[in-house]
Design a protein around this ligand. Structure first.
Ligand code: T1G
Length: 689
């Protein structure tokens, strides 16, 4: 057939094997020979059954995402499935690894699906700002029922083989040689004889559908999507499967797909898909990663406990060190409590909890870290404390162990230089809660060895984190840009905007909450301590902190939180404080609009991003997008700050930055040379000096 599609025979059973590494995406060079093979085998009289399988580590993981946005080359996936459904002899999809998106849709075009016990099946298109475009929203509800299909398609979360069997998505699950068992299964079907019913003709579950219940569930899901179009389109398309005929619903699905694939949101989310994978690539092909079998964590407080859980969740044995038995017991008890909450919520089984807790070894003796391959500290954010810890680590850690610093702004070079092995020192900046937040800024210090860096990046992926390599500067990428975004917040308050107004601009933009509500959640005292350490001031926030108002944890900050609630209520004291401070500074309040708030908060952030690229603190603009989407909740539908700058218009951004620079003389508005170059070249690629 071709390099990408081959056919083998086992008696009357033909096995069509797709081989398109690394994930058997349904690229055009696969689709064409696949179509030819299916037509041939359909019409081949001595072929009694057809199996579709894949070589390599996974079944088809979807359509080829790199082809989106380009003219579609025929045959497309729908044409292939249409031919599949004309085949009278039994067709069987043999699934291993992942059957995702167009891959699962191809399998839904077969009469039967059998899976390896470790397989995962799903329609994750919504994560790319799309909906299944190969009939998935019309065929899946026919097999698993509309409600299950709705949840699978709107969440985009794959299910495992056991659940796929239980829901009727697959017909059998096998351990061992999948192809041999698929051939046996197909032969049994031949033996049983047809007619064999394609998914499109399974209507029983649709007839029983409870539309009001469906609409209720769809509305609940829609309530969580904050301006994203794809989840809404997904729900509508599954609903069409209930209310419309098959072909009508299929046509409606296509229409929705074409609209989404050409839209900015999907372009943004596809950008992030590839950006996350690029960010994890460390220059230097043949770097041998160091072996990591055991991890040590110093400090069992909020950060240390979360970091330790992240490694245990990734299957790594953890030695957790504290200065005292009490502190250690307290830390371990919090970890146990966190796992118990997950069990109660049903996101973790009691067994899994037990297995993870068994990975922990508590200690108060630095000597117990001697057998660790990577040791990360999460002690108090003070240089002297960090240096003391690294001095002691230097004495006990085994040769070749990686020594990692979890700091959000301290100078990693200075700490590395305080050891005898700076080549083994790397920054691993986790985000709180560390067992939940995806982002991990991997800080390359001046002397960090390439293999230590590459090992830290690989380890991050293994524990389910999204790693981004950054170089040393104050606040690295995320916090440095956060400071630029926040630097005008106080000025905007003094000039007439309110915390609620500014927060509303951010939530309308797509963030889950604005800077003032976020400050209250994280604790205003963190920023206060930071500002004091740097000799900086923020008159409103500092005054609130001096008065003991740290936000949610004290019941009052920029908002009030009555009786321990998490719902922010207006705080008249803050409004009075703002008016007083403005009067003191002779600032007359005025009406401030949404545009101005965006210009004075998001535009400086992009400008700072350009400076970060100029200084090579980040290797790619897309790395900055990955940091902001995975660490700071930047709306995925906007692709991250640097991608969004392209949507917003870089000329417009430069024009307004120049305007505010002229008006205020503030450095955050001084346009970075690289941003001006981006405006000329139209892309961030290849313009860093
Ligand atoms: N198209 C093109 N390239 C892909 C790809 C795809 N679908 N999936 C992965 N790659 C590349 C990826 O960029 C990387 O490249 C390499 O493969 C390994 O990937 C009509 C509309 C399968 C779970 O959303 O979730 O079908 O960086 O590093 O961690 O309805 O890849 O090495 O150059 O991620 O082992 C729907 C996307 C598509 C699944 C494997 N499918 N893929 O994870 O490897 S839309 C998806 C994944 C669709 C139809 C529609 C994961 C994976 P490089 P990797 P991994």
């Amino acid at each position: 057939m071709s390099n990408f599609v081959s056919v083998t025979r086992d008696g009357g059973v033909a096995v069509v094997t797709i081989d398109n590494p690394p994930v058997n995406a349904l690229s055009f060079h696969v689709r064409e020979p696949l179509m030819q093979a299916l037509v041939l085998l359909r019409d081949e009289p001595d072929v009694a059954a057809i199996i579709i399988a894949c070589a390599g580590r996974t079944f088809v993981a979807g359509a080829d995402i790199t082809e989106f946005g380009k003219p579609v080359q025929q045959p497309d996936l729908r044409a292939i499935i249409a031919v599949l459904e004309t085949i009278a002899k039994p067709t069987v999809a043999a699934i291993h690894g992942t059957a995702l998106g167009g891959g699962l849709e191809l399998a839904l075009g077969c009469h039967f699906r059998v899976a390896d016990a470790g397989a995962r099946l799903g329609l994750p298109e919504v994560k790319l700002g799309l909906l299944p475009g190969g009939g998935g929203t019309v065929r899946l509800p026919r097999l698993v029922g509309p409600l299950k299909a709705l949840n699978m398609i709107v969440s985009g979360t794959p299910i495992d083989a056991a659940e796929a069997l239980a829901t009727g998505l697959v017909d059998a699950v096998f351990d061992g040689d999948l192809i041999a068992q698929a051939i046996r299964f197909a032969s049994e079907m031949v033996g049983k004889g047809g007619p064999f019913t394609p998914a499109r003709d399974h209507n029983e579950l649709l007839k029983e559908a409870d539309l009001p219940a469906f609409d209720k569930e769809a509305a609940a899901l829609a309530g969580k999507v904050r301006g994203l179009e794809a989840p809404i389109a997904c729900a509508q398309s599954v609903r069409n499967a209930i209310t419309l005929g098959f072909d009508e619903a299929l046509a409606a699905e296509r229409e929705l797909f074409v609209k989404l694939v050409g839209g900015d949101q999907s372009r943004a989310q596809r950008h992030l898909f590839f950006a996350e994978r690029e960010a994890a690539k460390v220059p230097g092909k043949d770097i041998v990663r160091r072996k990591i079998a055991r991890v040590g964590v110093i400090g069992a407080g909020t950060m240390g406990g979360g970091i330790a859980m992240a490694f245990a969740n990734g299957g790594y044995p953890v030695t957790l060190l504290e200065t005292s038995r009490e502190a250690l017991e307290r830390g371990l008890a919090t970890i146990d409590k966190n796992y118990t909450v997950s069990v109660t919520r049903g996101s973790l089984s009691e067994d899994a909890k037990r297995q993870r807790l068994d990975l922990f070894k508590g200690s108060t003796d630095y000597g117990d870290l001697a057998d660790c391959d990577l040791i990360i500290e999460a002690v108090f954010e003070e240089m002297a404390v960090k240096k003391d810890v690294f001095g002691r680590l230097d004495a006990v850690a085994k040769s070749g162990a990686i020594l990692a610093i979890n700091t959000s702004y301290l100078d990693v070079n200075e700490i590395a230089a305080s050891t005898s092995r700076p080549q083994d020192v790397v920054g691993m900046h986790f985000f709180s809660p560390a067992n939940v937040m995806k982002l991990l800024e991997i800080v390359r210090a001046e002397k960090t060895a390439p293999d230590a860096l590459a090992t830290a990046v690989e380890l991050a992926r293994r524990i389910g984190k999204v790693p981004v390599v950054v170089s040393v500067c104050h606040g690295f990428v995320g916090n440095r840009m956060l400071a630029a975004r926040g630097s005008e917040s106080e000025a905007l308050l003094l000039e007439g905007a309110t915390p609620r107004q500014i927060d509303q601009v951010f939530t309308d933009f797509g963030w889950s909450m604005g800077p003032f509500q976020m400050g209250d959640l994280a604790g205003l005292d963190i920023g206060w301590r930071n500002r004091k350490a740097r000799g900086q001031t923020a008159v409103i926030a500092d005054t609130l902190c001096e008065q003991g108002h740290f936000g949610q944890k004290t019941g009052s900050g920029f908002y009030r939180y009555e009786n321990g609630s998490r719902t922010p209520a207006p705080n008249p004291e803050v409004e009075a404080l703002i008016r007083d401070k403005a009067a003191e500074k002779g600032i007359a309040p005025r009406v401030i609009g949404t545009e101005e708030i965006i210009e004075r908060t998001l535009y400086p952030m992009i400008n700072e991003g350009a400076k970060i690229l100029e200084e090579k603190i980040a290797a790619r603009a897309s790395d900055i997008d990955v940091v902001w989407v995975n660490g700071y909740g930047f709306p995925v539908g906007k692709g991250g700050p640097m991608f969004w700058a392209g949507l917003e218009g870089v000329d417009k951004i430069i024009g307004r930055l120049d305007h505010w620079h002229e008006r205020t003389g503030k450095d955050i508005f001084r346009v970075a040379p690289l941003l001006r170059r981006m405006a000329v070249s139209g892309s961030w690629e290849g313009i860093a000096s």
